[in-house]
Design a protein around this ligand. Structure first.
Ligand code: SF4
Ligand code: FES
Length: 197
C-alpha cells in the first residue's frame, strides 16, 4: 500500500493505523493513551493529524491507513490542537510530571500565568477545578486490566471534571489478582502497588 507522509511517499505492507505507519518510518506523533499491546482507544486526542480529503483532524492511533492517503503530522493547526489538549490536561493535573514534561515539549509556560495565551490562562488559572489528581483519564489502567489479565477490576465513573477511575461499586474488586499491570501502564504514577502481608 502506498501513502504519503509529510510529503514523502512510502510503501507499507499489511493493515496498520496511521500511527503505526508513521512510527515505521521514524516519524514521531505524540501519544498519551496509546499502548501498542492494547486496543487503540482514541481518548487523549494528542495524536491528531491531517488527512487530505477528511474534514477536521483525525486520531492517528485509531485511523487505519488507506491506499494513496496523504497525511500531515505537523502543521500550525495540529500544533494548536495539541497545545489545547495539553493545556486541558494541565488544568486537570497540574502536578503530574508526565503532563508537565509534555507541556515543556510544547513550550507551554505553565508556571507563568502572564506568559500563557488567553485560553491557557483560563484553563490553568480560572476554570473550575475538582480536587487535585494526577489521573489524566487515559484509560490505560482500565484497558490493561480488561484486556491482559481480563479481570475487569477497574472502570470509569462520573462525568466531566468528576470523572475518575474506581473499582466497581467503590469496593476493592474481588476479581483483582494484584498483578500490578494497572500501575505498570499508568503514565502519571497515579496508581501504585503496595505489598500487604
Ligand atoms: S489512573 Fe493512570 S492509567 Fe488510569 S486513567 Fe488515570 S492516568 Fe491513566
Ligand atoms: S494516542 Fe491517539 S487519541 Fe490518545
Amino acid at each position: 500500500m502506498k501513502a504519503t507522509l509529510n510529503g514523502n511517499e512510502y510503501t507499507f505492507d499489511g493493515d496498520m493505523t496511521i500511527l503505526e505507519a508513521a512510527r515505521s518510518t521514524g516519524v514521531h506523533i505524540p501519544t498519551l493513551c496509546h499502548n501498542e499491546f492494547l486496543e487503540p482507544y482514541g481518548g487523549c486526542r494528542l495524536c491528531l493529524v491531517e488527512v487530505e480529503g477528511k474534514r477536521g483532524l483525525v486520531p492517528a492511533c485509531t485511523t487505519m491507513l488507506e491506499e494513496a492517503m496523504t497525511i500531515r503530522t505537523e502543521s500550525d493547526k495540529i500544533t494548536k490542537s495539541r497545545r489545547f489538549v495539553v493545556e486541558l490536561l494541565l488544568s486537570r493535573c497540574p502536578d503530574a510530571v508526565a503532563v508537565q514534561k509534555l507541556a515543556r515539549s510544547f513550550d507551554i509556560p505553565f508556571d507563568d500565568e502572564r506568559a500563557l495565551d488567553p485560553v491557557g490562562r483560563y484553563l490553568l488559572y480560572r476554570a473550575p477545578k475538582r480536587e487535585k489528581t494526577n489521573c489524566i483519564l487515559c484509560n490505560l489502567c482500565v484497558r490493561v486490566c480488561a484486556q491482559i489479565p481480563k479481570r475487569f477490576a477497574l472502570s470509569f465513573e462520573g462525568r466531566g471534571i468528576e470523572r475518575r477511575v474506581r473499582p466497581p461499586f467503590e469496593k476493592p474488586a474481588e476479581t483483582c489478582i494484584g498483578c500490578g499491570s494497572c500501575a505498570y501502564v499508568c503514565p502519571t504514577k497515579t496508581i501504585t502497588v503496595e505489598e500487604v502481608s
